[in-house]
Write a protein that binds this ligand. Structure first.
Ligand SMILES: *Cc1c(COP(=O)(O)O)cnc(C)c1O
Length: 468
């Protein structure tokens, strides 16, 4: 492009003041602020200059003030959109860590709205009219539900593991099986967290086989505790051996060292009949005599992000008194949402109230019926060359839990002659609210297991718009 024609293009770019004269721009200034709108106009005009400088000419949105006004509006709206928003999870991954893991129960959501804009008795003893401690709030409810002496709540299970190691085994050895030295997504690695905590890792056994004898021969005067970790997100199959909890407990008792179990998911109910086998249940470990268990609040428990440390009163007390407890503490909203979630377990309504458990326990028959109904509606609306078909498949627990789960579902595969699966998925993400789907073997798949029934009509609209 010649210098002259480039100059000609630069001349087409209006001045900031010209755009400021437009009524819509004025109304944006009234709604937001003068500097905010001006800086966005400058950014917009600069992007046009950049495009011309690099030889791309006037960008496709054009250079006349009315087109620029529309482009400016689009950009202002995008800038004002909150960074965090709700999305429709059509992936069928129930505890999708990237999508915020567990959606909360109606009661937990009510608690958030009731507590968030008001003062609370977070650290206040209403009977005595004096200072109290926040970790007392859920102590008795957790102890009752889990059948243990005491329980403390921290920010997440990673913090729980760290705090246990730090406060009970600083400078001492922690015996762990080589088969349990796991990494959970987001680079939480047992050996690394152990090193950071100041405890000394004492690995025993091998990747596939560890016997109780391996633990026994590792125990010595400097042993702080025995740690058993639920290998949440993978399975060792074939020629394997892992000591039973009871054997390990007998050893811990006779050596007089605590046994701590990181059970990961925080499963409080038996999920075997729903295709999830082998998940340790917190109450069962505690009833068997494990000194401490820790688990997440936002995995199978179905509550807010939290880590729960439960077990013997003396040990929980020792952890509570550690200075780093202050670093890991959670805020009032988490206590509220967690209490409401736990209350559903207490009243036996967990499978009715808690979305994660509802989704897990949804029957294949019910999902097939929903998918068939949805697919019929979709096909009545989408243009020629586009359609949904039913495909049998599996949902996924996710969140680093239950890799071997069997959760049969019926998926809707969305096909278009004009759009690739990646394009469809990208258009769906651009909807409001964004829709996230799964792409597998070059198919765009919608799994209604993780879609709330009340979201189905919005999902249908989003699909119709994306396929149009
Ligand atoms: C998920 C998990 C963690 C980490 O829990 P967060 O709540 O995500 O911090 C630790 N240990 C095990 C075994 C887990 O499954």
């Amino acid at each position: 492009m010649s210098q002259d024609s480039r100059e000609e293009l630069f001349r087409q770019i209006p001045a900031v003041d010209q755009l400021l004269l437009r009524t819509k721009v004025q109304s944006w200034i009234a709604k937001t602020s003068h500097p905010f709108v001006v800086s966005e106009i400058q950014r917009l005009l600069e992007s046009m200059r950049d495009s011309i400088r690099s030889g791309g000419g006037i960008p496709p949105f054009g250079a006349d003030t009315s087109s620029l006004e529309s482009e400016l509006e689009r950009r202002l709206l995008a800038r004002l959109r909150p960074a965090l928003g709700s999305v429709i999870n059509a992936t069928g991954v129930i505890l999708h860590t990237n999508l915020g893991r567990a959606p909360l129960s109606p009661a937990a959501r009510e608690s958030l709205s009731a507590l968030s804009g008001r003062y609370t008795n977070l650290e206040y003893d209403l009977a005595g009219g004096q200072r109290s401690y926040r970790d007392k709030l859920l102590d008795s409810l957790l102890a009752e539900l889990l059948g243990c002496g005491s329980a403390a709540v921290v920010n997440n299970n990673a913090a729980a593991v760290f705090l246990i190691l730090r406060s009970l085994a600083f400078g001492r050895e922690v015996v762990v099986s080589r088969g349990e030295l796991i990494e959970i997504g987001g680079s939480f690695r047992i050996p690394e967290i152990m090193a950071e905590s100041g405890a000394v890792l004492r690995e025993v056994g091998t990747t596939n086989k560890t016997r109780v004898e391996d633990y026994r021969s590792a125990i010595g005067p400097n042993t702080g505790l025995l740690l058993r970790v639920h290998p949440s997100n993978y399975r060792v199959e074939g020629f394997t051996e892992r000591p039973g909890l009871r054997e390990l407990l007998e050893l811990a008792r006779s050596a007089n060292v605590p046994l701590v179990e990181d059970i990961g998911s925080g499963c409080l109910v038996d999920l075997a009949s729903f295709g999830i086998a082998g998940e340790p249940i917190a109450q069962e470990s505690l009833a068997a005599g494990v000194d401490l268990v820790c688990f997440s609040g936002d995995k199978l428990l179905g509550g807010p992000q939290a880590g729960i440390i439960a077990g013997k009163r003396a040990l929980v007390g020792q952890i509570r008194r550690h200075p780093l407890m202050r670093v890991c503490r959670v805020e009032k909203l988490i206590y509220g949402a967690l209490e409401a979630t736990l209350a559903s377990y207490r009243t036996g309504r967990a499978f009715d109230d808690i979305p994660v458990l509802r989704m897990l326990s949804a029957s294949h028959q019910e999902l097939r019926r929903r998918a068939a109904r949805f697919c019929t509606k979709l096909n009545a609306r989408v243009p020629a060359g586009t359609h949904g078909i039913l495909v049998e498949g599996q949902s996924v627990v996710g969140g680093g839990s239950c890799p071997g789960a069997n959760l049969p579902t019926t998926l809707i595969a969305v096909e278009s002659e004009r759009c690739s699966p990646d394009e469809i998925a990208s258009r769906l993400r651009a909807q409001d609210p964004p829709v996230i789907v799964r792409i597998e073997e070059d198919q765009t798949l919608v799994d209604l297991r993780t879609v709330f029934p009340s979201q189905e009509s919005v999902l249908l609209e989003a699909l119709c718009k994306s396929l149009a």
